[in-house]
Design a protein around this ligand. Structure first.
Ligand SMILES: *[C@@H]1O[C@H](CO)[C@@H](O)[C@H](O)[C@H]1NC(C)=O
Ligand SMILES: *[C@@H]1O[C@H](CO)[C@@H](O)[C@H](O)[C@H]1NC(C)=O
Ligand SMILES: *[C@@H]1O[C@H](CO)[C@@H](O)[C@H](O)[C@H]1NC(C)=O
Ligand SMILES: [Zn+2]
Length: 458
C-alpha cells in the first residue's frame, strides 16, 4: 500500500516535472482563487467595483450587470475578506478554481502537447505563429519575413513603427494594399497584455492578407490599404509572457505622477490600463483612480506613450480612415460605441448592420456565436477606450471592439480558459475572424464607393 502510494507519487512527480518544467511562469498565482458571483442589485454592482478599487480584485468578465455571472480572481490574501463581504451583502459565490496557477499551467501544457502533435504529423513544420503565442522579438521577425516574402509582398506592404513604448520597444505596424487602394482601414491587437489570442489573430490575418497580394483578381486590397498593429502594448505582453500571465496594463511606473491634474496617484504599483486612458469622456465611468487596479485609467487622459502613438497615427490622416477595429478577448462580442455611457451614436443603425454582416460571416465558418450591441449596453459603461476615442475624436465612422473567443457563457465548453486559451485555438479563431472581417470590409465597398474618389493615403 505504502509502496503503491510512493510509486504513484513518483510517477506523478516525474510527469508533472517533465511536462511543466519548461514553462516560464513562477508560481505567482498559486492560491489565487477564481470565483463566480451573481450580482442581483445595484448595491451588489457597487460592492464589486469597490473590490476592484480597493482589494486588487481582478474582474475577468467585461460584463458587469445585474443578473449576469461575473468572474473575478482574488489574490490569496484577500480571499477570506471578499467572501465575507459577499456573504454579508447577500451575493452568491461559486468557487471555479482555488489555484489559478494550475489553470495557467494546464493551458500551457495543452499548447505544448498540441505543438508536439502537429510537429509529428506534419513533417515540414507549420509556421509557428499558428502553434505558439510568439514573443515580441518573434513577432518582429515574423513581420519582417512577411514584408519580404515575395517581390509583390515587398511592393504591396510597408513596415514601420508608430512610436516607442515606455520600455522603448517599437510599436510595429504593417500596411498591406495594392497601388490602386485609396481607402484606409486600421486594426490593432494586444492593447491588453494577457489577451494572447488577440495578437495571434492579427498575425493570422496578416499572413492571409499577404497571401492575397498575389491574387490578380480585384480583391479588397485593390480598394483598401489595411494597416495592422499586431501588438500595441508590447511591454505588458512581454511581462505577461514571462512574469505575470494575468497582466493587463502597460508597464509605466506610477511613482512619479507629478504632473497629475485630477488625482494624486503616486504609487509603487505599475502600469496603466491603456483602454481606459484615451481622452474622450475620460474617467466618467468604469475606470479606476487606483494605480494598483487593473483598470487604472492613468494620471491624466492620454498620459501613455502607447495611447499617444496610436492617436498620432490616426490623426495624421483623420479624414481618411473608413474603419477601426480593435481586437480583445474574451467574450465573443462585436461591439460599437459608445462605451462611456448608455447613449448611442447617431449612426448606430449603420454600425449595427455592418457588425451583423461581419459576425454572421464569422459564424458560418464554425458556428461561433457573437453578440452585437453597443459597448455600454452590452458590457458596462467604461470610459477611456480606444474605440470611443477613434469615433469621438478621430471621427472614424465604423469603429468596433471585437472580443474574441472564448465565450463567457458558463455553458460554453471552453469558457473556463478565459484569457488562457491554449494555442490550439489560434487557427480556428484566426480562420473565422478573418472571414468575418473580410465580409465586413466588403460591405463597406458597396456602401461608400462614391467617397473613395476623394481619399488619399495617410
Ligand atoms: C514592384 O514594383 C516595381 C516598381 O514599381 C515594378 O517594376 C515591379 O514589376 C513590381 N513587382 C511586382 C511583383 O509587382
Ligand atoms: C530607443 O529605441 C530607439 C530605436 O527604436 C533607439 O534609437 C534609441 O536609442 C532608444 N533609446 C534608448 C534610451 O534606449
Ligand atoms: C470548429 O472548432 C472546433 C473546436 O474549436 C474544431 O474541433 C473544429 O474542427 C472546427 N471546425 C471547423 C470547420 O473549423
Ligand atoms: Zn481587453
Amino acid at each position: 500500500m505504502l509502496f503503491e502510494m510512493w510509486t504513484s507519487f513518483i510517477i506523478y512527480w516525474i510527469l508533472f516535472t517533465y511536462s511543466y518544467a519548461n514553462n516560464n511562469y513562477n508560481n505567482f498565482y498559486k492560491g489565487h482563487e477564481l470565483i463566480r458571483v451573481l450580482p442581483k442589485t445595484n448595491e451588489h454592482l457597487q460592492l464589486i467595483r469597490h473590490f476592484e478599487d480597493n482589494y486588487e480584485v481582478d474582474r475577468w468578465s467585461e460584463i458587469l450587470q445585474i443578473n449576469r455571472d461575473i468572474k473575478m480572481s482574488l489574490p490569496q490574501n484577500q480571499v477570506s475578506k471578499i467572501k465575507q463581504l459577499c456573504k454579508q451583502y447577500g451575493i452568491d459565490v461559486t468557487i471555479l478554481n482555488n489555484n489559478l496557477d494550475e489553470l495557467i499551467k494546464k493551458s500551457d501544457h495543452i499548447s505544448k502537447q498540441y505543438k508536439k502533435r502537429i510537429q509529428r504529423s506534419i513533417k515540414d513544420r507549420i509556421p509557428h505563429h499558428l502553434t505558439d503565442y510568439l514573443t515580441y522579438e518573434q513577432i518582429v521577425q515574423f513581420l519582417n519575413k512577411q514584408h519580404n516574402r515575395s517581390p509583390s509582398s515587398k511592393n504591396f506592404t510597408s513596415l514601420f513603427s508608430i512610436g516607442n513604448t515606455y520600455e522603448n520597444r517599437s510599436i510595429w505596424t504593417i500596411r498591406i494594399g495594392k497601388p490602386s487602394a485609396r481607402r484606409n482601414i486600421l486594426m490593432d491587437c494586444g492593447i491588453h497584455a494577457r489577451e494572447f489570442i488577440s495578437p495571434a489573430t492579427c498575425l493570422y490575418m496578416i499572413d492571409k492578407l499577404i497571401d492575397e497580394v498575389n491574387n490578380r483578381k480585384v480583391s479588397i486590397l485593390s480598394i483598401f490599404n489595411i494597416y495592422i498593429i499586431p501588438l500595441l502594448n508590447p511591454d505588458g505582453y512581454e511581462y505577461a509572457q514571462t512574469e505575470r500571465r494575468m497582466w493587463r496594463k502597460n508597464r509605466s511606473p506610477n511613482n512619479n505622477n507629478n504632473n497629475y491634474y485630477y488625482y494624486n496617484t503616486n504609487s509603487n504599483c505599475m502600469g496603466v490600463d491603456l483602454n481606459r486612458n484615451f481622452g474622450y469622456h475620460w474617467m466618467e465611468n468604469g475606470a479606476s483612480t487606483n494605480p494598483c487596479s487593473e483598470t487604472y485609467a492613468g494620471p491624466k487622459p492620454d498620459s501613455e506613450l502607447e495611447t499617444q502613438s496610436l492617436q498620432k497615427f490616426i490623426k495624421k490622416s483623420s479624414q481618411h480612415w473608413d474603419a477601426y477595429l480593435t481586437f480583445h478577448s474574451y467574450g465573443q462580442y462585436w461591439i460599437y460605441p459608445w462605451g462611456f455611457a448608455l447613449y448611442m451614436p447617431d449612426d448606430y443603425i449603420e454600425l449595427k448592420n455592418k457588425a451583423q454582416i461581419g459576425s454572421e460571416a464569422l459564424k458560418r465558418v464554425n458556428g461561433t456565436l457573437y453578440k452585437i450591441g453597443s459597448a455600454a449596453n452590452l458590457l458596462y459603461e467604461s470610459a477611456g477606450g480606444s474605440d470611443d476615442w477613434a469615433k469621438g475624436v478621430g471621427k472614424i465612422k465604423y469603429v468596433y471592439t471585437v472580443e474574441l473567443r472564448p465565450s463567457d457563457d458558463m455553458n460554453d465548453a471552453h469558457a473556463h480558459f478565459a484569457f488562457m486559451l491554449p494555442s490550439t485555438f489560434i487557427e480556428p479563431v484566426g480562420q473565422e475572424t478573418y472571414v468575418g472581417v473580410k465580409e465586413f470590409l466588403r460591405s463597406l465597398i458597396t456602401s461608400r464607393r462614391q467617397i473613395s474618389l476623394s481619399q488619399k493615403k495617410p
